[in-house]
Ligand binder design. Sequence first.
Ligand SMILES: Cc1cc2nc3c(=O)[nH]c(=O)nc-3n(C[C@H](O)[C@H](O)[C@H](O)COP(=O)(O)O)c2cc1C
Length: 204
Amino acid sequence: MFYRCDVNDHGLPYNPFKACVIPRPIGWISTVSADGVPNLSPFSFFNAINERPPMVMYCPNGEHRDGGEKDSVKNARETGEFVVNLASYDQRDAMNASAASVPRGVDEFELAGLTKEPSTLVRAPRLKESPVNLECAVLDILELPTSDDKKSGRMVLGRVLGIHIRDEVIVDGMVRAELLRPLSRLGYMDYAVTDSVFQLERPK
Ligand SMILES: Cc1cc2nc3c(=O)[nH]c(=O)nc-3n(C[C@H](O)[C@H](O)[C@H](O)COP(=O)(O)O)c2cc1C
């Protein structure tokens, strides 16, 4: 089949786009507002985009239920900082709980029964339960084109300033994916967990 994305003539019960770009890593983003309210939310429109220097991006789309930007972009704009926390399989329910649409002022760490840990270089707290935390400075916030439903989209670009890695996930000097067991997002309500890994050598 082929369908045009401007008219979405796929004829399927659900838009298949997100099921065609899989698996998507989940950036579990923590921020703090200018007046000190912490926020934690998952984003699957997220990825690493550069290695030297390390850079990441996440894309909050749509609006907050109280109007205006989602907290994860509003806070990043106000403070210029955010933290990416890795979501492991063990945290799947807490990760999902932290995506709840709640009024501004609600701390999703508390809502999801999670623990805040001070960061080293940024004011946004990091997630203690997470085996990897990337402390980031905002590089830019891009406005994305809107679709027919006029839903807004934004891309927050960040430079990674410092990385916390739990010592137990480092074996023989390498961070082991089998120990991180990262969650990823598929289409629809589907998720995957990475717990099987293989190697390929690069061609010369
Ligand atoms: C696994 C998962 C991935 C998500 N990915 C995105 C995303 O990429 N962009 C987005 O705007 N919302 C995404 N959401 C929804 C946000 O987490 C949710 O809107 C959250 O409340 C963000 O709002 P806040 O920043 O105001 O707290 C996702 C939710 C889940 C459970």
